[in-house]
Design a protein around this ligand. Structure first.
Ligand SMILES: Nc1nc2c(ncn2[C@@H]2O[C@H](COP(=O)(O)OP(=O)(O)OP(=O)(O)O)[C@@H](O)[C@H]2O)c(=O)[nH]1
Ligand SMILES: [Mg+2]
Length: 669
């Protein structure tokens, strides 16, 4: 499909895979030459994962029958040559439908039965349990069968009023919103709670996820949709009917779910074909559309440029018939252009920052590592040069000096042990505040307060209090981590002066990032608790679902914060271990060199030659590393043209005994 949305997504994916290749080279270089430590490795793995798995979620939200599914068909499925997602008058899409591609799975439709609501498990938890879903294979090559299978998302069933109440589709307190009963007093409810379509569409293959939703205002809407799926979508398309304008229920959805961030929304005024009037000239119709656009913009308080009048039906028909004039007339391309133009640079900028930061960390790390090793080499060379023309007696003295220095150095182990003991105690204290036990305690406390007050206001208050306590925990952990940093930096300073280490404390873990994530959760949940839907929290099943959902969201934040904290501390210990190992190795080598020189004349010059070679190679490493990270950085900033910076590959094996050919190589590098 050659829409501009598709081609910008294409460019983004080309850029990402080029970056991944460069990142691979950097990682390989660091491992091959023993230049990485735990923190660098973890950071590289995290960046690689983000680049490879980063999803781009576009959600389509509207009251029922505004044309969400039809619009998705027109943008994504026109090449099937027919309507793929069911789009019919009246309520059609009965549950949220997620379209994505996971290459590890076969194309298929997975449906989560609505009854799973009764055990209080959240959607997030159920995603991890494939056996709870009904799996149906998709015949992607056969559009008729494909469309037929997808009609399953429309399925409903008739249940008693009690069952409907338990499932969350009947509320005695808001009788007006309840669905009509049939002659037997039964209520029609969706058969499925959520649908996942795994479909190998080129755009989905590039990490796009499309979320089609049922009319959001409908009673019984899944809280997870409002709380988790919509707030994390990267773009939200809100659809209105050009024939109806902004209705009262449209406005309610906008205000409740989208109004907090109006400027980032794409508003579609669909069905402009319905305005065509055989008795009016095209100019008059255009005029009408323009005035609907400005009217809509005014009502929603957004700039008119954010409103896209179009006809999804006409666009789908034109694409199926391969009719460019019809497509232009449908005005769909303007929306696609805007989606592409806005979404991609935004995603790109985010990933770019991640990559550039990683490049800087790697450079610093390698520079420090190389500097430390070169300093030790320089000391050894100085010592050996001093031996030129010296007697056997002098050599013997030198050997004694090395032994004395070695045992003097070994005195550091007691100090290191003491430091490690203090460090692990402090770390343990700091981690308690981020533990899941502590989190569960806090959420439990909120739940008690919520159950005590049945009113929404009370629920909201209990939630706000929880957030305050959680910010307190993050703050306490940050403070303790600051204390650890101070302790390490003081001890490192002493070790450096006393024992010649070159230990440096990295900038502490950035826990503020997790406070931001907490704030985001806070925002969407507080908004949700203000809605009338939240009344349902007074039902134990929904309270339980709400608690689990919240708990799983919060757990992610706290687990990540705790992992980051642990990693930072691990990297500090790893640095000490590495330098200790390196220093011991250096002492051993000095002793061996002296012994060899003692045994045979001529060894001195050979050994000096070796040391110089090692030094040359180390310098080469740093240059090569900067070359690689420089290329990575340039590539990250290169825009989405998928430019690949030229990669030269020199492989320098890190052995103690360099070959002469390698020395030349290193010198050239
Ligand atoms: N005339 C006209 N009809 C359209 C257009 N887009 C959608 N429709 C029709 O409107 C009806 C509803 O469209 P859907 O795509 O099912 O609407 P939806 O928003 O997905 O509705 P639910 O799934 O029920 O929430 C269908 O009969 C569509 O064919 C359009 O641009 N013009
Ligand atoms: Mg639909």
């Amino acid at each position: 499909m050659s829409t501009s949305f598709a081609s910008s997504l294409d460019a983004l994916s080309g850029w990402r895979s080029a970056l991944l290749t460069s990142l691979e080279s950097v990682a390989r270089f660091l491992t091959d030459h023993e230049l990485a430590d735990v923190q660098i490795e973890a950071q590289l793995a995290a960046v690689r994962e983000r680049l490879a798995q980063e999803k781009l979620v576009v959600a389509f939200v509207a009251e029922f029958s505004r044309g969400k599914s039809e619009l998705i068909n027109a943008v994504f499925f026109a090449d099937a040559g027919r309507r793929i997602l069911p789009a019919t008058p009246g309520r059609t899409t009965m549950c949220p439908v997620e379209l994505a591609w996971d290459g590890e799975e076969a194309p298929g439709l997975a449906l989560l039965p609505i009854e799973t609501r009764l055990n209080g498990q959240s959607l997030g938890e159920l995603r991890q349990q494939p056996r709870q879903w009904k799996q149906i294979e998709l015949e992607t090559k056969n559009p008729e069968r494909l469309a037929e299978t997808l009609r399953e998302v429309m399925r409903t069933s008739w249940v008693s009023k009690d069952d409907a109440r338990a499932l969350g589709f009947w509320n005695d307190e808001t009788p007006d919103d309840n669905p009509p009963l049939d002659e037997m007093g039964r209520v029609e409810v969706p058969a499925w709670r959520h649908a996942l379509i795994n479909y190998p569409h080129p755009l989905l293959k590039q990490g796009l996820v499309v979320l089609d939703t049922p009319g959001l205002n409908a009673i019984g809407a899944e809280p997870e949709l409002t709380l988790s799926l919509l707030p994390t979508a990267h773009a939200t398309v809100f659809i209105l009917g050009a024939d109806t304008g902004v209705t009262k229920s449209d406005l309610a959805i906008w205000r409740d779910h989208l109004g907090t961030d109006p400027l980032s929304r794409f508003v579609v005024l669909n069905k402009i074909d319905a305005l065509i009037d055989p008795l009016a000239s095209p100019a008059v119709v255009r005029e009408q559309i323009a005035s609907q656009v400005s009217e809509t913009a005014r009502t929603l308080a957004i700039p008119a440029e954010r409103v896209f009048p179009l006809s999804a039906r006409q666009a789908l028909a034109a694409r199926v018939a391969d009719d460019p004039a019809g497509l232009a007339e449908s005005r769909l391309p303007a929306l696609e252009d805007a989606l592409g133009a806005e979404l991609m640079p935004h995603r790109r900028a985010l990933l770019e920052r991640v990559v550039v930061e990683a490049a800087a960390t790697i450079e610093n790390h390698v520079a420090r590592h190389v500097l430390d090793r070169r300093r030790q080499l320089a000391e050894q060379m100085l010592e050996l040069r001093g031996l030129r023309g010296k007697s056997a007696g002098k050599l013997q003295m030198m050997l004694q000096r090395v032994d004395a220095e070695t045992s003097e150095f070994e005195a550091c182990t007691t100090k290191l042990q003491a430091m490690r003991a203090v460090h692990s105690r402090m770390l343990k204290d700091a981690m308690v505040d981020l533990s899941s036990d502590r989190l569960r305690e806090q959420v439990g406390q909120m739940q008690e307060q919520m159950s005590a007050s049945l009113l929404n206001l009370g629920a909201r208050k209990a939630f706000v209090a929880l957030c305050q306590r959680l910010h307190g925990l993050l703050g306490a952990a940050a403070k303790r981590s600051g204390e650890i940093r101070e302790m390490l930096s003081a001890t490192f300073g002493k070790l450096n002066t006393e024992f010649g280490f070159s230990l440096a404390v990295n900038p502490g873990p950035d826990l503020e990032r997790f406070a931001d994530e907490l704030r985001l959760i806070e925002k969407s949940y507080t908004q949700y608790l203000g809605l009338t839907q939240a009344l349902r929290l007074s039902q134990p099943k929904f309270m339980e679902q709400f608690r689990r959902m919240l708990m799983s969201k919060l757990r992610v934040v706290f687990e990540n914060a705790s992992a980051e904290m642990e990693l930072w501390n691990k990297s500090a210990s790893a640095q000490v271990d590495a330098q200790l190992r390196e220093r011991r190795r250096a002492f051993r080598r000095r002793r061996e060199a002296l012994e060899r020189i003692q045994a045979a004349a001529g060894e001195l010059e050979t050994r000096l030659g070796e040391l110089e070679a090692q030094d040359g190679r180390l310098q080469g490493f740093q240059g090569r590393c900067e070359e690689l990270t420089g290329a990575l950085r340039r590539q990250a900033r290169s825009g989405m043209r998928g430019e690949t910076a030229t990669m030269i590959s020199i492989d320098l094996p890190l052995s103690d005994e360099p070959e002469p050919s390698m020395l030349r190589h290193a010198a050239q590098a």
